[in-house]
Design a protein around this ligand. Sequence first.
Ligand SMILES: CC(C)(COP(=O)(O)O)[C@@H](O)C(=O)NCCC(=O)N[C@@H](CSSC[C@H](N)C(=O)O)C(=O)O
Length: 381
Amino acid sequence: MISPSHRFGSESPIHTSVTEYHTAIDHGSDKNVVNADTLIEDEYFRTNPKPEYLDKLVGKAEKFLKNIPKTCKIVLLTSGGTTVPLENNTVRFIDNFSAGTRGASSAEQFLANGYYVIFLHREFSLTPFNRQFTHSATTQFLDYFNEHGELKQDFKAKILEEKKLQLKYQKQLLLLPFTTVNQYLWSLRSIALLMNNKNCLFYLAAAVSDFYVPYSKLPQHKIQSSNEYKKSDYSKESKSASSSSSSSSSSSSSSSSSSSGSSSNVLSSGKLILDLDPVPKFLRRLVQSWAKSSMIISFKLETDSSILIKKAKQALKNYNHQLVIGNLLQTRNKEVVFVSEDANIKEQWVKLTADVTCIEALIIPEAIKRHQEWIATQESK
Ligand SMILES: CC(C)(COP(=O)(O)O)[C@@H](O)C(=O)NCCC(=O)N[C@@H](CSSC[C@H](N)C(=O)O)C(=O)O
């Protein structure tokens, strides 16, 4: 294993998939509550702590953006699924489905079309160019090499092709990670505030959690399962609690995993009851405040084809941005539908054709066309 002291590149990487337990909040007091943005409506940022690495991430984005010529187009492309931790010292979490194919493949197309790309992605999900090799169901990493440790001939051409592209676009691409929905939202807002101009495009392909556990309700430690519950202090606590409380559930006492307002309860029957809050609708803040001068494309993911276009239109109406790309989980690599306010082409299906290797080769040119048209309308204002 490569020694931890071995550094790839000059700067140490940002890791998001490790619990920042040393910044864990002592729920007993508000001394840890972050003095976040003073905007009244951003209650979320006041009560859910800023990721410890955020300033470093913003510094990377600022340095990247600073070196981009003013006339160049830039896209903030989000990719992969966010997680919702169930404990502050995270052992269990709820994940959102996304391999990162849409995002990584779209980034390749944006780069090939001259865009600079900030790739805000789920750590360890697919990334541009590498995506062909890193998550294969059939080929493990060491399968690419022979017994002498040399790259096998079968893979040489493809690896050379992708390596050349990676090198060609390395100055146009910035990879920034997230894991949890809290990290995603803090990162999205911070980067958006740097990209609030018409040459910037937001392409939100990340699968963002709709429900989460606010830090004020997050159990500090691992939720105890029922057999641990019976032997643990929880059962004594809950017995005393239930005997003192006027109304206690007769059938089953429960243990909450933190002293007050817990998000989870383990019933003595062994059931785990979760109580999750809705994630605030950040697309609205992105459109109305953080990046109101930029064009915003969001994705709508459904599994029921009968509601896809209706839900995409609803998102467009709710958030008043420029374009929603609707896709069904089952056919997301074969077809998508562009839903916009444009009177002429309210709904436009884009379907995979035999002459392209991936549907993003059709999606991105159309998205760029819409971006160019939108810039023209902004300039004529
Ligand atoms: C995730 C996929 C399907 C790609 O799959 P992979 O290629 O395997 O990565 C992507 O195309 C997509 O639909 N992404 C968006 C999925 C999503 O969660 N969309 C949200 C809207 S953005 S989440 C925004 C938040 N809920 C809010 O309203 O502010 C939704 O459908 O509701």
